[in-house]
Design a protein around this ligand. Structure first.
Ligand SMILES: Nc1ncnc2c1ncn2[C@@H]1O[C@H](COP(=O)(O)OP(=O)(O)OP(=O)(O)O)[C@@H](O)[C@H]1O
Ligand SMILES: [Mg+2]
Length: 270
C-alpha cells in the first residue's frame, strides 16, 4: 500500500469510534474486522483490483451503510466479509475468528449461523412457499421441522407476512418477496445481516417498508446490519456511513458528522 493510501486508510479507521445509539454506548465488541483487504479478479489477462486495501472494524449492534459508485467494490467487500469468497491478500475476522484459518466445515457453519444474506434480487426459490423459503436454511442449521415451522411463522410475522405464509414468490409483490428474503436471512438467528442493495428493485414506498424492518431488527434485536445502498434514506437510520471508491474506503463517518444535501452526501456526489 502506498503512503497516500495508508494515510487514507488510517484516517478512515480513526473515525471508527463506537457509535452511540439512543444516548447509550453500544457494546464495543468487534464483530467484523478486515486488515489490508485486497481482491483482484483476473479475466482474459486483465486484472481488476476490486478492493485495494480495506481496513475497517464494525461493532456488534451497528447499522452501517456502504455507499459508492457502481463498480467501486461494495459487493466484493460483502463477499469478503460474508466469507463467500476469499481475499487475494489481507484478512477477514468474524467475531475475532480469522476466516482463512477455518476448515470447509467450520466455514459452512459460520455462513449458516453467523451471517444472514439479503440481495437486491431476493433469490427466493420459485416453487416453494414463503414459509418453506424461510425454513430451508434452518434444515441446514439442524433445526427440527416442527420448531422450524414455528420459528418460520414467527419470522414471517416480524416482516408482516404471517398471513401469506403459503404464497409462492410469483404470487407476491417485489416488496413482499424482499420481506420473505429478510425473514430467510434471519432463519438461523445470525448476529450480522449483510444486505446488498436491498431496496434497489423497489419503489420508494416499498423500499421504505424494507428500511423500517431493517431498522427495527437493528434496534429491537441488536442485529448488526451492513447495507450496501444507493438509497439516501438509509442515512436517516444508520449509525455510520462508509464510502467506497476505487476499492478503498474514501470516508467513514458517524451519521451525525455527515451534512446532508439534496443530491449529495457529505459533499460527495455519486
Ligand atoms: N467475479 C468477477 N470477475 C471479474 N471482475 C469482477 C468480478 N466481480 C466484480 N468484478 C469487478 O470488480 C469491480 C468491483 O465490482 P463490485 O461488484 O464489487 O462493485 P459494486 O460497488 O458492488 O457495484 P454496483 O453498485 O454496480 O453493484 C468492478 O470493476 C467489477 O467489474
Ligand atoms: Mg454491487
Amino acid at each position: 500500500m502506498d503512503a497516500k493510501a495508508d494515510q487514507k486508510t488510517s484516517a478512515a479507521t480513526a473515525t471508527a469510534a463506537p457509535a452511540a445509539k439512543n444516548g447509550e454506548r453500544q457494546s464495543e465488541r468487534v464483530i467484523i474486522r478486515t486488515v489490508g483487504l485486497k481482491k483482484s479478479y483476473l479475466m482474459k489477462d486483465v486484472v481488476t483490483e476490486a478492493l485495494r486495501g480495506v481496513d475497517v472494524e464494525i461493532l456488534t449492534g451497528e447499522f452501517i451503510s456502504v455507499m459508492g459508485p457502481s463498480g467501486s467494490g461494495k459487493s466484493t467487500f460483502f463477499n469478503m466479509i460474508g466469507a463467500l469468497d476469499s481475499p487475494t491478500t489481507g484478512r477477514v475476522f468474524i467475531d475475532e475468528v480469522d476466516v482463512a484459518q477455518l476448515t470447509a466445515e467450520e466455514l459452512a457453519y459460520l455462513r449458516c449461523h453467523k451471517i444472514g444474506y439479503i440481495f437486491q434480487s431476493y433469490n427466493l426459490i420459485k416453487y416453494m412457499t414463503a414459509l418453506e423459503n424461510v425454513t430451508t436454511p434452518m434444515a441446514f442449521g439442524g433445526v427440527m421441522p416442527d420448531e422450524a415451522r414455528e420459528r418460520g411463522m414467527d419470522l414471517l410475522d416480524v416482516v408482516g407476512l404471517k398471513e401469506r405464509w403459503h404464497h409462492r414468490p410469483i404470487e407476491m409483490s417485489g416488496g413482499q418477496q424482499q420481506r420473505v428474503a429478510i425473514a430467510r436471512g434471519l432463519a438461523n438467528r445470525p448476529s450480522v445481516l449483510l444486505c446488498d442493495e436491498p431496496t434497489g428493485n423497489l419503489d420508494l414506498r416499498t423500499g421504505q417498508e424494507i428500511l423500517d424492518i431493517l431498522k427495527r431488527l437493528n434496534t429491537d434485536q441488536n442485529v448488526t446490519i451492513i447495507c450496501a445502498t444507493h438509497d439516501h434514506r438509509m442515512m436517516n437510520i444508520c449509525d455510520r456511513l462508509m464510502w467506497i471508491r476505487d476499492g478503498q474506503i474514501e470516508r467513514l463517518a458517524r451519521r451525525d458528522e455527515v451534512h446532508i444535501e439534496v443530491g449529495s452526501i457529505g459533499g460527495q456526489t455519486e
